[in-house]
Write a protein of this length. Structure first.
Length: 272
């Protein structure tokens, strides 16, 4: 089968771990239930909001399978980041389910979801600025009890600039380099799935292309990637699956190529 990403990035698969991280610390949280079949990760028919506030998501479904990049796009205020946070357990789910690798994890806390294999990179405040790059990566392995030196070496292979700057304070790095630290730290848990909330926000077009190349490289290791992205056209170009949200609901769903070719999607969300 041909590589859907062409010549972009490298093809090292050694950082992937289909069984999740090297070890797991039990968390006091809700219970999981067997949920065989369906996509590897799915937030299904989600209706959710913050606290006692109104619903922001309305019967929204987002999913990603192994080996895929799934992208969530849409206008400002569409509920893209809210959908990601709902899948990660950061807000009240009033209806729907979240399933990961054959288990219903709807009742688990975010920290328990990390222990189950979710890696989440928020849009902002996603690094420890006063710590060095290497200390940031070590913090990513805080729930592991095994030797994580091989994983750190793999992260440095994936992001060579981080190895070069490993003893430098992370807060001194450029915006694109900080994002690489954040993604690298999430990879230190050896996640089953990686979730990125607007990883290219605030960076230049050149840096954006570089970050997308790194994301493709991570996907090549076998880790499914679910990503919220404002740069819709560029994100859909690398996406196996795309979701266009409007006012917290699914408006369009398809492959990246299908959505790029859809005249209504182009007109409404891609500038024609």
């Amino acid at each position: 089968m041909s590589d859907p990403y062409g010549d972009r990035g490298n093809k090292d698969v050694s950082i992937a771990n289909p069984k999740g991280m090297g070890s797991e610390i039990p968390q006091r949280s809700g219970q999981t239930r067997p949920a065989p079949g369906g996509p590897f990760l799915i937030g299904e028919n989600m209706t959710a909001g913050y606290g006692n506030g109104p619903d922001i998501l309305h019967d929204c479904t987002i999913a990603v399978d192994q080996g895929e990049i799934a992208v969530i796009v849409g206008p400002n205020g569409a509920g893209k980041s809210t959908g990601m946070k709902a899948v990660f357990g950061m807000l009240d789910m009033r209806q729907g389910h979240v399933k990961l690798d054959g288990e219903d994890i709807t009742d688990l806390s975010p920290q328990a979801r990390v222990a189950k294999g979710m890696g989440f990179v928020p849009q902002t405040s996603n690094i420890f600025t006063s710590m060095t790059v290497e200390e940031n990566l070590e913090m990513g392995a805080f729930i592991r009890t095994d030797d994580f030196s091989d994983t750190m070496a793999q992260v440095y292979d994936l992001f060579p600039i981080l190895k070069e700057k490993r003893l430098q304070a992370a807060g001194e790095l450029s915006g694109g380099q900080r994002q690489q630290v954040a993604v690298g730290r999430a990879l230190m848990t050896q996640p089953k799935v990686l979730m990125l909330d607007e990883p290219t926000a605030g960076v230049s077009p050149i840096v954006m292309d570089e970050l997308f190349d790194r994301i493709i490289e991570v996907a090549r290791t076998g880790i499914p990637i679910l990503m919220v992205e404002q740069n819709a056209r560029q994100a859909l170009e690398i996406a196996d699956k795309g979701y266009v949200l409007v006012q917290g609901a699914n408006a369009y769903t398809g492959t990246g190529k299908e959505l790029l070719a859809d005249p209504e999607v182009r007109k409404s969300f891609l500038g024609g």
